[in-house]
Design a protein around this ligand. Structure first.
Ligand code: OAD
Ligand code: ZN
Length: 245
């Protein structure tokens, strides 16, 4: 139950953050990673989402990302994504941190997005490092060549065993330490860095709300756990916030 007193407190927040995971895109038909039907139930991450896997068999890795890219391209943002867009319009100081690579937040209309794990519609050159869009689905050639130097490109995604972009991470930590309110939506909390980011906001005193049909590793730390689907819960919260005087 979200009382009007709680809503008032949320409404007064000056700076807010939203951290999303695969769960927010589940209602768009994009499989999550863990749990029933999760990608890591059916595929071994070591074979597909590590630098070693790419070195061993770049075409196999690209084929797997092509398959996922097609799913992402056909999917549409759901009411959860759109509610995040509306939430952003209620707060001048807002930032969305997503672990998702599917691009659905952007397509829904979110502006201030930090893609912590990269983007499946973006490639990065293994030689010159240039980052470029992968507009064609499917790609005409696997592995695709870098548009700048012709060397092999890789998906612009943070794989297991790789470090995050330091600048992005530094800015994320600084921002999260200064928020009054954080929504953690649709993540199991199994990946260290995003959990650390949420914990930094909580440690610094932000009011924290989780939206997830199941328990996560963050459930014990948050102030409020809302059990349910983000596409069903979030639009109602945003409408109440908007209408609050
Ligand atoms: P997970 O698959 O680990 O967790 C998905 C979470 O979404 C679970 O806690 C579900 O209970 C929840 N969920 C399912 N349906 C939902 C719904 N309709 N509304 C809200 N929540 C729902 O996905 P992530 O936590 O995002 O990394 O996984 C983190 C990272 O691990 C991913 O970014 C990916 C993966 O390895 C990379 O690919 C780099
Ligand atoms: Zn290049």
């Amino acid at each position: 139950m979200i009382t009007n007193a709680i809503l008032k407190q949320w409404k007064q927040a000056k700076r807010i953050a939203v951290l999303t995971g695969a769960g927010i895109s589940a209602e768009s038909g994009i499989p999550t990673f863990r749990g029933d039907g999760g990608l890591w139930r059916n595929y071994r991450a070591e074979d597909l989402a590590t630098p070693q896997a790419f070195q061993r068999d770049p075409v196999l890795v690209w084929e797997w990302y092509e398959m996922r890219r097609e799913v992402c391209q056909k999917a549409e943002p759901n009411p959860g994504h759109f509610a995040v867009v509306e939430l952003e319009s209620l707060y001048p100081d807002f930032r969305l941190f997503t672990q998702n690579v599917d691009g659905l937040h952007k397509r829904a209309g979110s502006q201030s997005i930090v893609e912590l794990h990269g983007n499946i519609f973006t490639g990065r050159c293994t030689k010159c490092g240039c980052i470029h869009p992968l507009d064609e689905v499917p790609l005409p050639q696997l592995p695709p060549p870098c548009p700048e130097c012709g060397s092999m490109a890789r998906p612009h995604i943070v794989w297991f065993g790789e470090s995050y972009d330091e600048r992005i991470l530094g800015e994320a930590v600084a921002y999260l330490r200064s928020v009054d309110l954080i929504f953690v939506i649709g993540t199991s909390g199994q990946v260290t860095v995003p959990v650390y980011l949420a914990q930094e906001a909580i440690r610094a005193g932000a009011y924290s709300v989780e939206i997830n049909p199941a328990e996560s590793t963050l459930s014990e730390s948050v102030d409020l756990s809302l059990r349910g689907k983000s596409g069903e819960i979030l639009p109602g919260i945003v409408a109440r916030l908007r209408d609050l005087n």
